[in-house]
Ligand binder design. Structure first.
Ligand code: ZN
Length: 340
């Protein structure tokens, strides 16, 4: 099969990779209908994250089940399925508590590489959620968004306790930040402040439910959030970038007693203990347990109540993956969908 391989920073190639096979009896093999490039793929692409290349790329996927191992009981060949970037058994104590991204048997899908024609999905019964029937083609981008960015933005909003009566601020206007805006709206937030300085992303944030846009960053961004919230800060803040600046901005934008959900993959961030101590802010975050939310998200998408697929503003054939990485790296595209 053909799949995306990152050789060195900036050097993305689509090349021949071994056809996946059932290795464990709990595996499934899917034919990938759509995959995509993630903001987190840019960390190794930019050389910010250590790369021991060549490595297969991609951890977001939707597709059709082709084959299942002998111990797979609920997932069947022919089903259209969505899975998360962590494979999880969905039965261990951590999974049952709603933290499938820390499953005791978890497998990181990025090590398998789903920017490819086919993929092996470990722990298929736990990992995959089948859609009600074969989805219409126009729903596929939204279902693919559920595989990571929507589920991650959703977790950020839940961790920040977005809900009725709350003012929610979202730091980061990438696909996850935009999906956090959508999630906050679905969860019933009263006011949603998107922090963005890019016009097309501001527009999408508004479509997803943002009531206010703040273009300032850093201390000025914090001051603007305070100004909009009677000097108090937001009840709920979602951090969707993962840098020192965005984390600091998020903590300082949250009011005492408020909640901050951080879902940007953290890179070289350190927070001073004394500042955290005096902030009185609840912090919760990490790799999102997307699997926990998939059944609900798939239903909202199937019923056409949400349209998170709008975050994909560029679709390319898998063969042009390198151009997809470039477009995201240069911020010419919010998110790139790849069709094998
Ligand atoms: Zn588990």
């Amino acid at each position: 099969m053909r799949g995306v391989v990152l050789h060195t920073p900036g050097d993305v190639r689509v090349e021949k990779r071994p056809d996946p096979m059932i290795i464990e009896p709990t595996d499934a093999i899917i034919r990938v209908t759509a995959a995509c490039v993630c903001g987190s793929d840019l960390w190794p692409y930019r050389g910010v994250e250590k790369l021991e290349g060549p490595v297969p790329m991609g951890h977001e996927y939707v597709g059709v089940v082709e084959e299942v191992g002998s111990e797979v009981t609920t997932i069947k060949p022919g089903q259209f399925v969505v899975g998360s970037f962590w494979a999880s058994d969905n039965t261990c104590e951590i999974c049952r508590s709603g933290y499938q991204s820390a499953c005791v048997h978890r497998v990181l899908m990025g090590t398998i590489g789903t920017q490819a024609e086919w993929a092996r999905i470990p722990l298929a019964d736990g990992t995959l959620v089948a859609t009600p029937g074969m989805p219409d083609a126009d729903l596929i981008p939204s279902l693919l968004a559920a595989s990571d960015v929507l589920g991650t933005g959703w977790f950020g909003a839940v961790a920040a306790q977005a809900g009725p009566g709350k003012t929610v601020a979202v730091v980061g206007d990438g696909a996850v930040g935009l999906c956090a805006v959508l999630a906050a709206k679905q969860l019933g937030a009263e006011r949603i402040i998107a922090m963005s300085r890019h016009a097309p992303r501001q527009e999408l944030a508004r479509q997803f439910g943002a009531t206010d846009i703040v273009t300032e960053r850093g201390d000025e961004g914090v001051a603007r959030i305070k100004e909009l919230t009677g000097g108090l800060g937001a009840h709920s803040v979602v951090e969707a970038v993962g840098t020192q600046e965005s984390m600091t901005q998020a903590v300082r934008s949250t009011r005492p007693g408020g909640h901050m959900g951080f879902v940007g993959v953290s890179h070289d961030v350190s927070l001073p203990g004394d500042e955290l101590f005096f902030s009185l802010v609840h912090l919760h975050g990490g790799p999102a347990p997307v699997r926990e939310y998939l059944p609900e998200l798939i239903e909202l998408i199937a019923n056409r109540e949400i349209d998170p697929g709008k975050v994909f503003d560029l679709t390319l054939p898998l063969a042009q993956a390198a151009e997809g990485y470039r477009a995201m790296d240069e911020r010419r595209a919010i998110k790139v969908l790849l069709t094998p």
